[in-house]
Design a protein around this ligand. Structure first.
Ligand code: ADP
Ligand code: MG
Length: 514
């Protein structure tokens, strides 16, 4: 009896398992070389010739055109890692891939998939306990936050800029948006602008938007600005109906022109008299009005995008007004400074200070699009890890030290676990070794020797990571070198990798419609 259409493809049992596992492993393998401070970059070229150069796990996996459904689940691991904590995407994908590789061996030794799943879940619980034990007892102050930021950025293409000075900018940005309720990460935006060296990257105490002044003669900068945000067309009302006037004398023509002129002047005067010295409107502004307002010293931005208008409103406290006659002084927003600046082909508006100071912008500069794009990703990660670390107040040693400690705890607790499940638990610990092993490989060290040395140091009661410090690579306490990761990044990596791996292992039947 056939219950499936003739065209559908079905793979069952071991074949299904091993094909899924292979696909998952392949995905993890593809990002392995990018892990850590000496990780390499990948250049991804899409069918349209668009090029992305990056070291970021989630970006790589998303740019790759991955079709296999099991492989796709590993991409989701990276995505959820990115979404939840903003960093550790490569780590999570590599751990997931190794959990799958270990599962394959277990299946070959006739350990049932359900036993593997149970064992992995138990091991993940032990891992979370081990992470708690690794959390630093010292307060997470600005110095630690800078270390967290710097650790997340080393190895990223940060152009001419050292991770150290970027880390300072990142911590300053996050401190700026922190209040009693916590960190308002959404109030930090990153705006990229090519053209200058990355050293020109700076923190703007406000917002930066892609908008251009309506008239060249307008002031480039207004201090102590009273800001009106309008959804109003500043021009002669054209109406919806095509009207035709029969004009049969010069007088009538002049009258019509006068009427238009006075309507235009009316708008301009109303605005100028309202007391607003900066105007953003989402609609058109008539040339005559902008020229008049320019003379009055008013800075006007026309055709402002709707999302930019929303940003201005939330940053300045202005009320968006739909009709000029409704505009009142109480609708104005305020900023210490509004300026319009030209960067080659682009014009930008900066709204700084005052009420706008709640939001800050990391204004990223770099010589080329590829540089600013990668810098934007690195800074985005750093902002995420710093806010994660500040929110939870928990950091753990990086450089593989936490993974070594977790694996050690799992192995020692595995002894008390009965039956074949013990094998699965031990395999979980072996899978975690991939992090220090990969850090070793990527820094040109022997992975086996490194693992042996790291374990020995850990068993001797020390924190032991494989630290890259400038040109040298040493085994030492990562805290001493400022190599620290937020505890939540490690937790999330363990959890999302476990979920994906166990989900893939449980599948023994793949039915694909043509
Ligand atoms: P991920 O996408 O997982 O964040 P990264 O390429 O950012 O991948 O590498 C992160 C790993 O690199 C973490 O384990 C972190 O502790 C480690 N790391 C960061 N800085 C150093 C350093 N100076 N020496 C050794 N390891 C480091
Ligand atoms: Mg990282």
């Amino acid at each position: 009896m056939f219950i499936l259409s003739e065209d559908s493809q079905r793979t069952q049992g071991r074949d299904a398992q091993s094909s899924n596992i292979m696909a998952g492993k392949a995905v993890a393998e593809s990002v392995r070389t990018t892990l850590g401070p000496r990780g390499m970059d990948k250049m991804l070229v899409d069918s349209g010739g668009e090029v992305v150069i990056t070291n970021d796990g989630a970006t790589i996996l998303n740019e790759m055109d991955i079709e296999h459904p099991a492989a796709q689940m590993l991409v989701e691991v990276a995505d959820s890692q990115e979404e939840e904590v903003g960093d550790g995407t490569t780590t999570a994908a590599v751990i997931a891939g190794n959990l799958l590789a270990e599962a394959e061996d277990l299946i070959e030794q006739d350990v049932h998939a359900t036993t593997i799943v149970e064992g992995y879940h138990e091991a993940a619980e032990i891992a979370l306990e081990a992470i708690a034990e690794q959390v630093s007892q010292d307060a997470v102050d600005d110095d630690v936050l800078k270390q967290v930021a710097e650790s997340s950025m080393t190895g990223k293409g940060t152009g001419g800029l050292t991770a150290e000075s970027l880390a300072e900018t990142v911590v300053e940005a996050i401190r700026h948006v922190e209040d009693d309720e916590g960190v308002h990460r959404d109030n930090v935006t990153v705006h990229t602008q090519i053209g200058a060296s990355s050293n020109a990257t700076e923190l703007v105490p406000g917002i930066v938007i892609d908008e251009e002044a309506a008239h060249d003669a307008m002031p480039g900068e207004v201090e102590d600005a009273s800001i009106a945000v309008l959804d109003v067309e500043l021009g002669v009302r054209t109406g919806d109906i095509d009207a035709e006037y029969a004009i049969d004398s010069i007088d009538q023509l002049n009258q019509a022109i006068d009427a238009e002129e006075s309507e235009v002047r009316g708008y301009a005067e109303t605005l100028a008299e309202s007391g607003a010295d900066v105007v953003f409107t989402t609609d058109d502004v008539d040339e005559r009005i902008s020229s008049f307002l320019a003379k009055e010293g008013v800075l006007v931005f026309d055709n402002v995008g709707s999302s930019d208008a929303r940003q201005i409103v939330s940053a300045t406290g202005a009320n968006r007004v739909g009709a000029l006659e409704d505009l009142e002084e109480s609708d104005f927003g305020a900023a210490d400074r509004v300026r319009s600046q030209n960067y080659g082909d682009d014009d930008l508006a900066f709204v700084e200070g005052g009420a706008a100071a709640e939001a800050v912008t990391v204004f990223v500069r770099g010589g080329t699009e590829h540089i600013v794009d990668e810098l934007e990703r690195a800074i985005g990660d750093a902002l995420d890890v710093v806010s994660t670390a500040l929110d939870s107040g928990e950091v753990v040693p990086g450089a593989g030290a936490t993974e070594i400690a977790i694996a050690d705890k799992i192995r020692s607790e595995a002894a008390g676990i009965e039956g074949r499940k013990q094998l699965a638990v031990t395999s979980f610990a072996d899978a975690l070794d991939v992090v220090p092993r990969t850090l070793a490989t990527n820094t040109g060290q022997d992975p086996i020797d490194t693992l042996v040395d790291l374990r020995a140091a850990h068993e001797g009661g020390e924190r032991a990571g494989l630290i890259t410090d400038g040109e040298t690579v040493t085994i030492d306490d990562p805290f001493e070198y400022g190599v620290v990761d937020p505890a939540d990044v490690k937790r999330e990596a363990i959890q999302s990798a476990t979920e994906a791996a166990t989900m893939i292992v449980r599948i023994d039947d793949v039915i694909a419609a043509e």
